[in-house]
Design a protein around this ligand. Structure first.
Ligand SMILES: O=P(O)(O)OC[C@H]1O[C@H](O[C@H]2O[C@H](CO)[C@@H](O)[C@H](O)[C@H]2O)[C@H](O)[C@@H](O)[C@@H]1O
Length: 269
């Protein structure tokens, strides 16, 4: 069994190196609402250092503009909406590319969010987060989260099926997404190919991050060294932990791991 340190050391020797991070629950502690979430204070300076030696991607379920505004480091690849939106650098300074297959879902996604807002208008503690395509329906602030979850599911099930979109689930929220085979796994594979990286680390904490962890596995057969990092919280899914090579505790643990990576890379340089 390799120690965490040995695994990280071995990965950091690979060049080019790719480091890919989810945001919420990984670089940013979970907050009551999306707008209240902020980057862990140690993370920004560490990413600014790490980008000197590695290709870095921020792979988030948030709309790209929202995720990038939180991280706010130039020179990284920003990938939003689970792989649908891309930007080479901060979207305030670079063009956002939207995956072309997703464009026909813009209007249906808007309509579905409108219908969801009407259908759930009387449900307390629900927050609607609009995105370019579809959006998220949060129930973290609901007085009875389990009741709210069931109510959202039953209100949306038929609407979603009729619309050609799909529902996915995250922490205390549902997401309306295009019914396309584009996810964080696809995004990770594209990023690895694009920069021809020989080592790739992905860190995630939630259900949609499992796609990215699974996408690391076939890379190993191509000789690419990979590391799947699970950031564990009280509510972490066992399915995510099963796919992880290493587990760190909470966002503090992630920040510590990032510090270790930066120290290793700077020593090598
Ligand atoms: O892929 P991620 O970067 O982890 O994004 C996943 C979703 O994160 C956000 O929601 C989650 O974090 C919020 C702030 O901490 C929290 O209030 C909410 O309960 C969580 O589900 C974001 O708002 C979503 O758009 C992302 O899809």
């Amino acid at each position: 069994m390799h120690t965490l340190e040995a695994q990280v050391q071995s990965l950091c020797k690979r060049s080019p190196l790719g480091l890919l991070f989810d945001i919420d629950g990984v670089l940013s502690p979970i907050a009551p609402t999306p707008a209240e979430a902020y980057l862990h204070p140690a993370v920004r300076p560490l990413l600014e250092e790490a980008r000197k030696w590695a290709h870095i991607a921020i792979v988030t379920g948030r709309a790209i503009e929202s995720g990038a505004a939180m991280v706010n480091v130039e020179g990284l690849t920003y990938i939003g909406a689970h792989g649908l939106e891309w930007s080479d650098g901060l979207p305030t300074q670079h063009t956002v590319q939207v995956v072309s297959e997703a464009l026909p879902f813009v209007e249906p996604g808007n309509r579905l969010m409108e219908r969801a807002e009407s259908a759930l208008a009387d449900q307390p503690g629900i927050l609607f987060e609009r995105k370019r395509i579809g959006g998220a329906i949060h129930y973290r602030l609901s007085p009875d989260p389990e009741q709210a979850r069931e109510r959202i599911l039953s209100a949306l099930k038929d609407l979603v099926e009729e619309s050609g979109l799909r529902l996915s689930e995250g922490k205390r929220m549902f997401e309306i997404r295009p019914a396309l085979a584009i996810n964080k796994g696809k995004a990770l594979t594209w990023f690895v190919e694009r920069f021809a990286v020989q080592g790739a680390l992905f860190a995630g904490d939630d259900r949609t991050d499992i796609d990215a962890m699974l996408a690391l596995k076939p890379l190993r057969t191509q000789g690419i060294e990979t590391l799947a990092v699970a950031v564990q919280h009280h509510d972490t899914l066992p399915e995510l932990l099963e796919q992880a090579d290493i587990v760190v505790q909470e966002v503090d643990g992630m920040a510590e791991l990032l510090r270790t990576i930066v120290e290793l890379l700077s020593r090598q340089a």
